[in-house]
Design a binder for this molecule. Structure first.
Ligand code: HAM
Length: 440
């Protein structure tokens, strides 16, 4: 047997419904904020992700899947969505028609990381990128969108951590101070941090090895080195969040693992002990130089991405808004050849009308057919035997209310639709499902 590659996994039919539901919720939230979907390739030219020789991020230096194609072109499987969206923005000149482009994407990303719960080599992200505005309000909007998603999924105990890395001038000042400071502790630094000291000292603060040690905790804080403009900008972001009554925690040590950020950076963390170090379900920040670094016009950007696996895991631990419900509308239990021939005609009418149906084609006994109806989580079980058939009737059991009625075969389809419509009128909510959804 050939096994799947390490760090990948199959999404089986019983799980797919959760993914579809999650994607639906994501799309609805994006619609509320007017972000438009963009789909970019899963692989890009190597240089889209490897832009800067001094990039010290683990993702770029250690985790990308790079290979040459059959024509010797250097290719990288995308480890994240932002750079690919930036490339597409430039190549398709999206800035010509719209000064501000608010985009979202979903799909697989690839990172050669050590696999563990919530960390895979092929994983899925949902991300948003707002390109073309440097308004602090749009930073706040992106965070608000993230918290709306969290709310729509019913996730509890999520903390928004936020910090500002300031503009280039502030970061240069701070980097110099950090180099002076950490140079005194060279013998205590891990190998990666020694490299970061040379190339990008800010990223030392992101070190998972030493972050609880005293010399780390006492390191100078960026907030003391932000220039007036950067300080004011950060205050405006926080004011906008306050205005929307969104809760956050300012975290002085938050620098994020990717090198392209400036000004606002943030992470959304779930407080679920089983998640361990993989408790960051979403993260993002502002990047004002990425598009020009990729050869495009100077364009400000801010964005965020969520790990979809982590969102699903978190919703499993919370209140299961996405509870597994591989349900169908109707399961037909047909007893005898005549009943089966009639059932297939009835199912055809129902399916054309938009109801999902199934039946047992194996001529099994009644008990086994009831079991299958149960397994399919059918809203209605319809029972048709010779006796019913002689009367041109069918027994319909509503598994939600436990009501059972014998009705005319002609009424079978409108009967179910009526009941489903009544239910969705009671429970309709713009984030939980459209009012015309038949099987919430
Ligand atoms: P990131 O922090 O590298 O940011 O990834 C965002 C999220 O993707 C993480 O918070 C996590 O939930 C999920 N994630 C990352 N790696 C894995 C993995 N190996 N397995 C499972 N989930 C994972 C970015 O990717 C930036 N592009 C975000 C952004 C968008 N910044 C601005 N715009």
């Amino acid at each position: 047997m050939i096994a799947k590659p390490k760090g990948t996994y199959d999404i089986l039919p019983v799980e797919v419904n959760d993914w579809v539901k999650l994607e639906e919720v994501v799309r609805k939230v994006c619609r509320l904020y007017n972000y438009k979907e963009i789909r970019t390739p899963i692989f890009e030219s190597f240089n889209v992700f490897h832009r800067d020789l001094n990039d010290t991020s683990d993702m770029v230096t250690k985790e990308t899947y790079d290979f040459k194609d059959r024509s010797e072109r250097l290719i990288t499987l995308r480890p994240e969505g932002t750079a690919g969206v930036a490339r597409a923005f430039i190549e398709n000149k999206l800035y010509v028609d719209n000064p501000v482009n608010k985009l979202f994407y979903m799909g697989p990303m690839f990172r050669y990381e050590r696999p563990q719960k919530g960390r895979n080599r092929q994983f899925n992200q949902f991300g948003v990128e707002a390109l073309g505005s440097n308004s602090p309000l749009i930073d706040a909007e992106v965070i608000a969108l993230g918290t709306s998603l969290i709310r729509a999924l019913g996730l509890k105990d999520v903390t928004v951590k936020i910090n500002s890395l300031g503009d280039g001038e502030s970061r240069t000042n701070y980097k110099n101070v950090l180099v002076d400071y950490f140079s005194k502790y060279k013998e205590c630094l891990c190998e990666d941090c020694l490299d970061r000291l040379e190339k990008n000292p800010l990223r030392i603060l992101d070190c998972k090895v030493d972050r609880d040690k005293d010399f780390f905790i006492n390191a100078p804080k960026i907030k003391d080195y932000l220039n007036e403009e950067s300080k004011n900008r950060f205050k405006e972001v926080l004011d906008a969040l306050d205005g929307m009554q969104l809760k956050y925690k300012v975290d002085d040590n938050l620098v994020r693992g990717l090198d392209y950020y400036s000004h606002t950076v943030f992470e959304l963390e779930v407080n679920i002990p089983e998640f361990g170090a993989q408790n960051v379900i979403g993260a993002g920040g502002r990047y004002d130089d990425l598009i020009s670094d990729l050869g495009g016009p100077k364009t400000d950007g801010v964005g965020m991405a969520f790990g979809l696996e982590r969102l699903l895991l978190a919703s499993d631990y919370s209140n299961k808004v996405l509870a597994r419900e591989n349900s169908i509308h109707a399961y037909f239990i047909a007893l005898g050849d005549n009943a089966r021939s009639e059932a297939i005609k009835l199912m055809n009418v129902c399916r054309i009308g938009g109801l999902s149906c199934d039946m047992d084609y194996m001529a099994s006994g009644i008990k086994s057919q009831f079991k299958k109806a149960d397994k399919n989580n059918a809203r209605f079980t319809l029972i048709l035997g010779d006796e019913e058939l002689n009367e041109y009737k069918i027994n319909v059991k509503d598994n939600l209310t436990d009501e059972q009625e014998r009705i005319s075969l002609y009424d079978c389809y409108p009967y179910m639709v009526n009941k489903l419509n009544k239910q969705s009128a009671c429970s309709s909510c713009h984030l939980k499902g459209d009012s015309n959804e038949k099987n919430d």
